[in-house]
Design a protein around this ligand. Structure first.
Ligand SMILES: C[S@@+](CC[C@H](N)C(=O)[O-])C[C@H]1O[C@@H](n2cnc3c(N)ncnc32)[C@H](O)[C@@H]1O
Length: 243
């Protein structure tokens, strides 16, 4: 695993130990279990994810991949729509807890797996009917890792099948989440010497932003043949795309 992937894992393990449910859904600090899982269901409906799955996708079973499943808040709702849901997450602490809830809620069609944060090892090419991710890409700290994840989405999706992924809405280059990109570019120019410690400890919570214009170029270059953007709140947007 590369140093950035390690950094992501360490950071999410750390947050998971401080206040797991809060760092998954930060609108509350004192979630109880029922409210927390109910919020997954509510957001499924509020953000029209469910309408999208039911009306626009012909999923009728099949295999779903959820990137950044956390402790399974959204996974357990996805499991109602698909024959199988694979939930991957970079944090072992999150995966351990997700498995605890999998037993508790008796989810027999869910398979939780630890990932390196960039690659979907063990998931075959052209094998997934639907890829979903919510509140994850907004935290990925550098564009290279975001792009690597999108390449993997393309690799594992069956032809003509769809992904729905939420991203941080671009609020300008100087936003905290762009710190890593700024440091990378300043280092490239060679004007300022950025301390190595700062360079290494990039921010594994506030993610890099990608403007829609840039996102269109990235998705086209990867090979997605159709995609669109859905704005649902003031700091995030969904991208859906078809392989
Ligand atoms: C804010 S939580 C959201 C969890 C879940 N999607 C939800 O809405 O309940 C972000 C999750 O993504 C995971 N994560 C962060 N970066 C990741 C990456 N590059 N690949 C896989 N998981 C990642 C974190 O460990 C954490 O569990």
């Amino acid at each position: 695993m590369g140093k950035f992937q390690n950094e992501m894992r360490e950071r999410w393990n750390e947050l998971s130990k401080i206040n797991q449910m809060h760092y998954i859904a930060s609108c509350k600090t004192d979630w109880n279990e029922d409210e927390f899982f109910e919020s997954g269901k509510r957001w499924f409906h509020n953000k029209s994810i469910i309408e999208y799955i039911e009306e626009d996708l012909d999923v009728s079973g099949g295999r779903c991949l959820e990137i950044g499943c956390g402790i399974g808040r959204m996974t357990c709702w996805l499991a109602r729509y698909f024959d199988k849901v694979i939930g991957i997450d970079v944090s072992d602490s999150m995966i351990e807890r997700a498995r605890y809830y999998q037993d508790k809620f008796q989810l027999s069609n869910v398979d939780y797996r630890l990932s390196d944060g960039s690659h979907f090892d063990g998931i075959e090419n052209d094998s997934i009917d639907f890829v979903f991710s919510y509140l994850v890409f907004r935290h990925i700290p550098c564009r290279d890792i975001i792009i690597q994840n999108l390449k993997e989405v393309f690799r594992v999706l069956k032809p003509a099948h769809t992904f729905l992924i939420e991203f941080r809405l671009d609020k300008g280059l100087l936003m905290a989440g762009n710190r890593y990109e700024i440091i990378k570019n300043v280092r490239k120019l060679g004007i300022l010497k950025i301390p190595t410690v700062e360079w290494r400890r990039f921010n594994a919570f506030n993610g890099a932003q990608i403007q829609e214009k840039k996102m269109k170029i990235i998705l086209t270059e990867i090979g997605f043949r159709k995609f669109d953007f859905v704005h649902f709140c003031n700091d995030g947007y969904f991208v859906w795309g078809i392989k």
